[in-house]
Design a protein. Structure first.
Lengths: 113, 111
């Protein structure tokens, strides 16, 4: 079945460590996104990519990095520079046409211990 | 600035009643609006969308109303069921692919 897969579902990180969250889609979508969600809050855009080997900062990119080496994959690295990384991270993809909805993965809950 | 906000952070309804979730948006250039449902611990799922050239769109048990004059969007759920309990987000798109999400409304359905 077509879809978007995030892994792992739960992730624990020690302070000072970098950690990478995986996002894979087989929907043949050109655009991919990473959002952060804090409890009781909406979704804030971290990074997005329209095409392979290109990506743009969203509203809260500091402390995060991404790569887009393949159309299907858009991994997110949470670096030690991110001061408050504990959150629920959501990956999404969409086509590039106007007025198209985003399809979301099931999320990764990151906890710093 | 661009923003999408919700009037009510929580909504509690009796099973079988109709639910109405409201959303205000501030960008008059927005031309596409989407409602998402997010269950606990999961990613948001598309419910229904509406383009700015429409003022009403109906789906299965859901209706979205768009009032461009006052920049207001609502989601109506008919005969609310326990499985409808979730957080509902409205989102807007200004013609590109970047979507702006509101803070969300949590819907509780009482049995």
């Amino acid at each position: 079945d077509g879809g978007i897969t995030q892994s792992p579902k739960y992730l624990f990180r020690k302070e000072g460590q970098n950690v990478t969250l995986s996002c894979e889609q087989n929907l043949n979508h050109d655009a991919m996104y990473w959002y952060r969600q804090d409890p009781g809050q909406g979704l804030r855009l971290i990074y997005y990519s329209q095409i392979v080997n290109d990506f743009q900062k969203g509203d809260i990119a500091e402390g995060y990095s991404v790569s887009r080496e393949k159309k299907e994959s858009f991994p997110l690295t949470v670096t030690s520079a991110q001061k408050n990384p504990t959150a629920f991270y959501l990956c999404a993809s969409s086509s590039l046409g106007e007025n198209t909805e985003a399809f979301f993965g099931q999320g990764t809950r990151l906890t710093v211990v | 600035g661009e923003s999408v906000g919700l009037h009510l952070p929580t909504l509690s309804v009796q099973e079988g009643d109709n639910s109405i979730i409201n959303c205000a948006y501030s960008n008059s250039a927005s031309d596409y609006f989407i409602w998402y449902k997010q269950e606990s611990g999961k990613g948001p799922q598309f419910i229904i969308d509406i383009r700015s050239n429409m003022d009403k769109r109906q789906g299965q048990r859901v209706t979205v109303l768009l009032n461009k004059t006052v920049k207001h969007l609502s989601l109506q759920i008919a005969a609310t069921q326990p499985g409808d309990s979730a957080v509902y987000f409205c989102a807007e798109n200004t013609g590109g692919f970047k979507t702006i999400f509101g803070a969300g409304t949590r819907l509780f359905v009482k049995a």
